[in-house]
Design a protein around this ligand. Structure first.
Ligand SMILES: C=C(N)C(=O)O
Length: 125
């Protein structure tokens, strides 16, 4: 039986999707862009600020499902500019102290709200 995960500590959906869906012990989180949940707007400060906000949003969705970064088994990173690869790795890597999850990273032409980065995760409880 699936369960919808919803928290005010992560941005509200900007379309017809849930923040995350739990199916048995697996969590499928929708792609997070760098919306500050308090303001409802993309944070200022470029790729570094956006990456940090995305990771905080993911942290709060995991927390709403009683999980943390150690539960993540797969991520997908979407970047509008692969030149930001190293900057993103530096920030992203700080959230995974050991055994980082499997990952894909791709460049895309555009993201919702003009975001520079979107990350989706799958986690196991
Ligand atoms: C931001 C999204 N995850 C979306 O529009 O699907």
């Amino acid at each position: 039986m699936k369960k919808v995960i919803n928290t005010n500590l992560a941005p509200k959906a900007i379309g017809p999707y849930s923040q995350a869906i739990m199916l048995e012990d697996l969590l499928f989180a929708s792609g997070q862009i760098a919306i500050d949940p308090k303001k409802g707007e993309i944070v200022e400060g470029g790729i570094e600020a956006q990456t940090s906000q995305v990771m905080e949003n993911i942290k709060n969705i995991l927390s709403a499902a009683e999980m943390d970064f150690s539960n993540i088994i797969k991520t997908t990173i979407f970047l509008t500019d692969l030149n930001n690869f190293s900057l993103v790795n530096d920030i992203y890597g700080g959230y995974f102290t050991k055994e980082p999850p499997a990952r894909s990273c791709v460049e895309v032409s555009r993201l919702p709200k003009g975001a520079l980065i979107e990350i989706e995760v799958i986690a196991q409880k």
